[in-house]
Design a protein around this ligand. Structure first.
Ligand code: LLP
Length: 442
């Protein structure tokens, strides 16, 4: 399905991209600044490519989400989806703001615990958790496990019983709703691997209540990611609410509704999903249920709070077109290659920012034609070493990066109160093989 974010007809110009992002500003002398810090200062200090994250932006977005729900009279617990950006510094900003965590692996669980998020404030999601992962989470006292199948429920009961623990369980419902997003990030359709169909929830919940080591507490859903309209949420939550009522009629206790994540952001100059409209949908569909509401946002909180700062290696003119080859590539930011996703790009220099533009393919140096950030993007001529900011890369950026082509992982910097902190040094070349074992060969 084609979504708003796939339509190139609505491509914003550089000024529109800038105007839509309150944390960015262009200064005549300093060039592009993020949270009042000149990006040139960061590139000078640490080189490129470098991820730059803004703590104030994360805090503001967290507060906006909380306000939208408190304005709608809905108490909500925000469990940040760690997969969007699992850097300890980012987790720490969110933990200090009061967030719990939504994790999908033992590694994410350990990361969340490492910044002081209590196990009781962590939800474990995912379609395949190993026995070892379940055991580790239960032993640490995890708050909730979202179970996605009868098979997993049986496994969890065995693991919990063997540890003498009781797992607080939400059953993840697959509401069979089209979230209207990219096929690779839609999760709530009947044909997807995720969740349990609504009719199957009722008998499985009763079964769960009777199983040793299991305490069913509620229903969870997550219908997809980068959702820009409240409509699919309304359809999904309406089905979830019906299921909660049916469960209660059948004599079951239901005290939790985990609403999932998926709140979409504006990657061009369009607004993201309306938080007020989203909260009203929750209120309308689930406000009367008297359940504890949980949210699992990832992208919404951190996506616009990060950018990838790159430098131009060279500009290459062929008979067909102009290529801008950056020192960042698909191994750093995979989203354009994987989902054809759009990321805004802004020159860092104020001089470059006002130059005339022409269509440019922005690519990385990796040896694949798929290593492309944008095709035919309207950009100015950029000389060697000119800097370019790839916007809205705070979610599903660094976490999906790899050292493919033996390219060291990029450095990362956190901005906080006008200062910048190095939070990941650039990977050293000899660290590329530091974990490898060279056997004694014949
Ligand atoms: N909860 C569950 C169970 C999830 O599977 C996800 C994301 C979230 C919450 C958070 O979703 P968010 O609020 O961030 O949309 N790599 C893709 C996105 C994959 C999302 C996977 N699940 C991308 O770059 O667009």
């Amino acid at each position: 399905m084609l979504t708003r974010s796939d339509l190139s007809a609505t491509e914003p110009d550089l000024a529109a991209l800038l105007a839509a992002r309150p944390a960015l500003a262009m200064h005549v002398q300093d060039g592009l600044c993020f949270e009042d810090v000149p990006l040139n200062a960061i590139a000078d200090a640490f080189g490129t490519p470098v991820w730059v994250y803004g703590a104030a932006t994360i805090r503001a977005r967290y507060a906006d989400l909380q306000t939208a729900f408190s304005d709608a009279g809905l108490p909500v617990h925000i469990h940040y989806a760690v997969k969007a950006n699992d850097h300890l510094a980012i987790l720490s900003v969110l933990a200090k703001a009061g967030a719990g965590a939504d994790v999908v692996s033992q590694g994410e669980f350990a990361r969340a615990m490492a910044v002081g998020i209590p196990a009781s404030g962590i939800v474990f999601s995912g379609v395949g958790k190993t026995r070892a992962e379940l055991a580790a989470a239960l032993s640490a006292g995890i708050g909730q496990i979202n179970v996605e199948s009868a098979e997993e429920l049986a496994m969890l009961s065995e693991v919990a019983t063997s540890l003498g623990r009781t797992a607080r369980v939400a059953l993840r419902m697959n509401p069979d709703v089209d979230a209207g997003t990219h096929a690779k990030i839609t999760t709530g359709l009947a044909g997807n691997k995720f969740g349990i169909s609504a009719p199957d929830i009722l008998p499985l919940y009763a079964h769960a209540a009777a199983l040793p080591g299991i305490a069913p507490v509620g229903i969870a859903l997550h219908i997809g990611s980068q959702i820009l309209s409240p409509a699919p949420y309304a359809a999904a939550y309406s089905k979830a609410a019906s299921t909660v009522r049916a469960l209660r009629q059948a004599g079951q206790q239901v005290s939790v509704l985990d609403l999932g994540g998926g709140l979409g952001i504006g990657y061009r100059d369009e607004p993201g999903i309306s938080l007020a409209a989203f909260a009203q949908v929750v209120r309308r569909e689930a406000g009367e249920l008297g359940v504890q509401l949980l949210l699992e946002p990832g992208r919404y909180l951190v996506g616009p709070a990060g950018l990838l700062l790159a430098s131009v290696i060279l500009q290459k003119q062929t008979a067909q077109k102009r290529f801008l080859v950056l020192d960042a590539a698909m191994n750093d930011l995979l989203r354009p290659s994987l989902y054809d996703s759009y990321h805004g790009m802004l020159p860092v220099s104020a001089v470059d920012f006002v130059k005339p533009v022409s269509p440019t393919d922005v690519v990385g140096p990796v040896c694949e034609s798929g290593d492309i950030f944008a095709a035919g993007r309207a950009l100015p001529d950029l000389a060697e070493n000119a800097r370019l900011a790839v916007l809205d890369a705070g979610a599903y950026g660094a976490v999906m990066s790899s050292p493919y082509n033996a390219r060291p992982r990029a450095a990362a910097v956190l901005l906080d109160g006008g200062h910048f902190h190095l939070i990941t040094p650039r990977q050293r070349l000899d660290n590329l093989w530091a974990d490898e074992i060279l056997p004694g060969l014949r």
